[in-house]
Structure formats: structure tokens, C-alpha cells
Design a protein around this ligand. Structure first.
Ligand code: ZN
Ligand code: ZN
Length: 188
């Protein structure tokens, strides 16, 4: 069975070098759907609580919300950073509060202080799915990710091979010691 959660992401990007309108900087509301697959956790009669999927995923996804996503070789990148620098907002601002946890993977690096994500590949809907799976695959048993942005939509399915121990009282993942970080339940 699956637990399915949706996220809205407002972001700006462009397809650097692409022959078409998308080479110009523009914005989207992207809709990301994450499907988590597992057995039903008998204790709570759920696969995984959707609000907990929201919490775990949003910690990293926040980096894409109200953010600029540029490819690492895009000449707009140094140009934007130099403006942010001159304006004194490159390294953060007191009103920039909804920040995600900074991350760096093979595919993308997040700079929450200036609401920027730098990607290795063009951030198409396909590119976004690769980035998100890579960021969350060890935290959630993801079986499918769908991302739609404007008229573009893509989805990818993944094999869930790991079994994650979940709390029989509140449904979330137990830590490495078999303890629930939320309610304190301890696995016998
Ligand atoms: Zn676009
Ligand atoms: Zn618990």
C-alpha cells in the first residue's frame, strides 16, 4: 500500500542553452507528489503518516521554494550573486526566515541564505525528480515521484528494497537504537 503526499513549490529557473522560450528566466508553481510504499503498520493502520512525510521532505524541499534554480555553468549565476552581494543579501537577511537545511549532493547544492539552488543538470521536471529522489531516498521508502511544472510533467518509479522500522504508536521511523523520536516508544 502507499501513502501519498503533495507539495507546492514556487521557483524561478531557466534552461540555459535550450533553443526555446525556456531559455529566458521565468517562474512556476511546481507540484511534487511523493509516494511512499510499505506494508501497513498494524499499530496505526497506516503505511506512513502523510504529515510526517511532509515534515521530513519539506526540510529539504524548502530550499526550492521561493528560490532561484540555476545550472552551475549558467552565466546568470555570477551576475545574480554579484547583485545580491552589492545589495547585502547574499549571505542572508533577517527577513529570509523560511530557510531549508543546506544540502550538497552530486546533483545539486542549496544555498538557503540567498535562496539559490545550483544544479549540475538543467532543472527540468525530470531533473527535479532525480534531485529529490537522491535527497530523500534514505529517509523515506519512496516508490514514485511525480513533478509537474507548467505543461511539463514527469514521473519515475523506484524499487523500495529497505524496510524501515516504524513506531506502532505514531507511525514514524524509529531511530538507529529502535526508539521513536516522537513518542519515546522503544522496540522490544
Ligand atoms: Zn520552466
Ligand atoms: Zn512513536
Amino acid at each position: 500500500m502507499k501513502s501519498i503526499t503533495k507539495f507546492d513549490l514556487q521557483y524561478a529557473h531557466r534552461f540555459y542553452g535550450f533553443q526555446g522560450e525556456a531559455q529566458y528566466l521565468h517562474g512556476h508553481t511546481g507540484i511534487l507528489t511523493i509516494e511512499v510504499e510499505d506494508t501497513i503498520n498494524e499499530g496505526v493502520n497506516m503505511v506512513y503518516p502523510c504529515n510526517e512525510i511532509q515534515k521530513v521532505a519539506w526540510d529539504v524541499l524548502k530550499n526550492f521554494d521561493h528560490a532561484l534554480v540555476l545550472r552551475s555553468d549558467d552565466p546568470l549565476l555570477p551576475a545574480v550573486l554579484s547583485v545580491y552581494e552589492k545589495q547585502g543579501i547574499k549571505n542572508g537577511h533577517p527577513q529570509n526566515k523560511m530557510k531549508g537545511e543546506a544540502f550538497k549532493t552530486e546533483l545539486a547544492t542549496a544555498y538557503p541564505d540567498c535562496r539559490l539552488v545550483v544544479t549540475k543538470e538543467t532543472m527540468t521536471v525530470e531533473g527535479m525528480i532525480k534531485i529529490v529522489y537522491d535527497l530523500l531516498k534514505d529517509k523515506l521508502n519512496i516508490s514514485k515521484i511525480t513533478f509537474s511544472s507548467g505543461v511539463n510533467c514527469a514521473s519515475a518509479e523506484f524499487k523500495t528494497t529497505r524496510s524501515i522500522d516504524r513506531c506502532p504508536l505514531c507511525g514514524i521511523s524509529l531511530d538507529e537504537n529502535g526508539v521513536c523520536p516522537k513518542c519515546g516508544y522503544r522496540k522490544k
